[in-house]
Design a protein around this ligand. Structure first.
Ligand SMILES: Cc1cc2nc3c(=O)[nH]c(=O)nc-3n(C[C@H](O)[C@H](O)[C@H](O)COP(=O)(O)OP(=O)(O)OC[C@H]3O[C@@H](n4cnc5c(N)ncnc54)[C@H](O)[C@@H]3O)c2cc1C
Length: 456
């Protein structure tokens, strides 16, 4: 590999790794094993410390036409960070500085390798709040922007896109581009910054991010609402929103799934009645405001036949409930062949779940499903006891088809990555794909950055 010497010159010998044994964890992400792409054989891992070094690396790779796979926290769920061709894995982990917390403008400036955990802690340390919360706090700023991550708090606060105000990006040709700034309004020219958000690393390497912060909510409470009937649970959510309450989170799951996660953590799921649950997190400026929202929400849920409502107010109690929800994925990890990420208009989630049940019955399996019901975004799990991968593919396609019929998409937050490329043919939108391919070529004429990711 002729470019290894060049890489060593740019970042120093210590930061270029060629031994396979020392890079195993950089060859995978959190995608389910059964569908995770296989990493290529000849891979070099490089760990630059600055945008300038990244620029030099990309200039070299572009000249040599060497594929470069960008690696953030490796928490992605669709194989986007897996090096599927011989080439370079570019890890952002050394760009790990919080450069500034600007309390006056309510902004935080971070290098791309700063993790979500660090951002949350840094904001909290000055009494501010970073609203988005995709489930794994090991995700990095750059990775969250590249994936436009969502998470449980999106009902009230929306996805990462809403918080990105500025970006520094290194283009595949090595040019360094600055987009946006500490600005709340910016209508200058075409919006390249928003093009970069959710570009899944195919247009440039994000090296720095300016995120907007908000004052912390002074009070919060978590409701667990239990139902005997799933439709009552799901149909409660639009009614809660129509009542004027906008919860921080509105999550749906069923008893078998949530108890698996509680057991995995050595905790106990507190609700004893019902089989279908909503977890509703309410926030406000003071306890009375949250209490008022709780009363309104409870009234709606009772009208929708809730069989029990628990309200957790103590911080630790709320944290445990959220932890049980957040670890659902990890607790089921060893049991599934794929985790899906379909999204439909929020009021159609119940219909989609019925369709998923019909598909499960047709193939004689279960498809445990939970998710961000307030956003219409749910995660059906295909169990790994279906050994036949052809059948896994067929079941997924049928679920995708049902979601599309309901006006949905095959991925709402995890992205296309590598694993969802084969199903994009369900959208025969030649004009859209042609334009996207044209944009890719404009940014990356030699197709070196994350080839095979994001677009067909
Ligand atoms: C337990 C668990 C829970 C999760 N919950 C959620 C959730 O609730 N909501 C949600 O949206 N996601 C969720 N995810 C998925 C994942 O955390 C997000 O997609 C996250 O944004 C990925 O960030 P990362 O830094 O780990 O990126 P990686 O996994 O390292 O990379 C993901 C993609 O982004 C690209 N990329 C990474 N860094 C950069 C960069 N600096 N510049 C350009 N491209 C880059 C990679 O090449 C790859 O294509 C969850 C994952 C796990 C394991």
């Amino acid at each position: 590999m002729i470019y290894v010497a060049g890489l060593r010159q740019i970042v120093g010998d210590d930061w270029v790794i060629t031994e396979r044994g020392q890079m195993e964890r950089y060859l995978v992400d959190e995608t389910a094993l059964a569908v995770r792409p296989r990493p290529a054989d000849k891979v070099v891992l490089v760990k630059p410390a600055s945008s300038q070094e990244i620029s030099e690396i990309l200039k070299l790779a572009n000249t040599e036409k060497t594929p470069v796979f960008i690696r953030g926290g490796g928490t992605g769920l669709c194989g986007g960070a897996v090096p599927t061709q011989d080439g370079i894995v570019l890890s952002l982990e050394r760009l790990d500085k919080v450069e500034e917390i600007d309390k006056e403008n309510l902004m935080i400036v971070v290098q791309a390798g700063v993790t979500l955990a660090t951002i949350l802690e840094a904001a909290d340390g000055v009494g501010l709040f970073f609203p988005p919360h995709p489930g794994d706090e090991g995700a990095q700023a750059g990775g969250m922007v590249a994936c436009n991550a969502g998470g449980t708090r999106a009902v009230k606060w929306g996805v990462i896109r809403n918080y990105v105000k500025g970006l520094e990006v290194v283009l595949p040709t090595g040019e360094i581009l600055n987009l946006g700034g500490k600005l709340l309004k910016n209508n200058q020219g075409l919006d390249l910054m928003n093009l970069m958000i959710h570009s899944e690393g195919i247009l440039g390497v994000i090296t720095k991010v300016i995120f907007r912060l908000y004052p912390k909510s002074a009070a919060s409470a978590t409701l667990i609402v239990s139902y005997d009937n799933r439709h009552d649970a799901i149909d409660s959510v639009p009614k809660i929103l129509q009542s004027g309450v906008v919860p921080l989170a509105a999550e749906y799951f069923e008893r078998n799934v949530i108890e698996t996660s509680a057991r995995y953590l050595g905790l106990k799921w507190p609700a004893t009645k019902g089989n279908s649950f909503l977890m509703i997190i309410l926030t406000g400026d003071n306890a009375e405001e949250v209490y008022g929202q709780g009363e309104k929400t409870s009234a709606v849920c009772e009208r929708m036949n809730a069989v029990d409502i628990l309200m957790a107010e103590r911080r630790e109690e709320q944290a445990n409930i959220l932890k049980i929800r957040s670890e659902l994925y990890s607790s089921m990890k060893d049991r599934y062949a794929d985790i899906m990420d379909v999204t439909v208009p929020p009021a159609r989630v119940g219909v989609l779940l019925d369709k998923i049940d019909e598909i499960a019955k047709k193939y004689g399996t279960e498809i445990p499903t939970y998710g961000h019901v307030g956003d219409g975004n749910i995660h059906p799990h295909i169990l790994d006891k279906i050994k036949d991968m052809g059948l896994v593919k067929q079941i997924k396609r049928e679920i995708y088809q049902e979601a599309i019929k309901l006006g949905g998409v095959i991925t709402g937050e995890h992205g296309v990555g590598v694993i969802r490329i084969p199903d994009l043919d369900l959208y025969p939108d030649d004009t859209g794909w042609r334009l996207m391919r044209g944009i890719k070529t404009l940014f990356d004429p030699n197709n070196i950055l994350n080839p095979g990711v994001g677009i067909p």
